[in-house]
Design a protein around this ligand. Structure first.
Ligand code: BTN
Length: 256
């Protein structure tokens, strides 16, 4: 392991089972310094965590569930969404490489969709010390060889469902480490505008009028921009603009 990357994935902790690789990573960071690029991966999470307090379900042994420890001390905490962009681009780069015929999109803020179905999710947790990001734990869940999803996972898909072949999990983890390193180094080199532009170009439903909800009513709108801090700006069909943080808006579907 490691030929494709300089530091991400040079050390991999492989756990048979853990509550959550993100929780485990956050736990060790409390107790000791950890070098940048360490990866924690497991075959089975018993309490996998998703965005917005959701759980992340993943059939044991079939998928990628890992956490990558980074030290983006150069990144202003107010611009931490740029790391979300870098991670989303990295994961979508890998999936696009494997499924070149498919339409790979990032659904704001950081879900990866293929042909309209969710294949991967990212959960980033930061350790802040005196207004600096001392560590970021980039948790990645990618559906790989799982072919059946629970009723709550009906909009989900996997690499195997799309590619009709079984994928090697070690190989995939190596690809993810290499891709995260490439995008992270772009971020560290200050190529922020490029990352922002590429992120926007890959967004799911950008420039298409679809139905959203602010959880009090539904409305039709299209994505106008994602601000540098990561807010979603929607243009409603009456021409007005509204700005949303992550938990404030939901996507309902394509307008008929
Ligand atoms: C989401 O789409 O809601 C984000 C899902 C993130 C899941 C991954 S699996 C590895 C890591 N450990 C966790 O507990 N969550 C992330």
């Amino acid at each position: 392991m490691g030929a494709d990357s300089l530091f991400v994935g040079q050390r991999i902790m492989r756990l048979d089972q853990v509550d959550s690789t993100n929780s485990f990573a956050m736990g060790i960071l409390k107790g000791m310094p950890v070098e940048e690029g360490v990866v924690i991966t497991t075959a089975k999470q018993t309490r996998g965590r998703g965005q917005r307090g959701n759980t992340w379900e993943s059939e044991p042994g079939k998928n990628i569930t890992c956490s990558i420890i980074l030290k983006p001390t150069f990144l202003d905490p107010s611009l931490q969404f740029d790391l979300t962009r870098a991670a989303s681009l990295a994961l979508s780069d890998v999936i696009a490489d494997l499924l070149p015929e498919r339409d790979i999109r990032i659904k704001w803020p950081n879900d990866i969709y293929v042909d309209g179905k969710k294949i991967a999710g990212i959960l980033i947790e930061n350790v802040l010390i005196s207004n600096r990001i001392n560590y970021a734990v980039v948790g990645i869940g990618l559906n790989v060889n799982q072919t059946e999803f629970s009723a709550s996972g009906t909009g989900a898909t996997s690499l195997k469902l799309l590619g009709q072949v079984e994928f090697d999990l070690n190989n995939l983890l190596r690809m993810i480490c290499a891709a995260v390193e490439v995008r992270y180094l772009q971020l560290r080199a200050g190529k922020t505008e490029q990352l922002r532009a590429e992120y926007f170009n890959r967004l799911f439903m950008a420039n298409i009028v679809t139905r959203y909800t602010d959880f009090t009513k539904v409305f039709d709108a299209k994505i106008l921009e994602v601000t540098k801090e990561g807010f979603l700006v929607l243009e409603l069909t009456d021409g007005s603009l509204r700005r949303f943080a992550m938990k404030e808006v939901g996507w309902v579907g394509v307008t008929q």
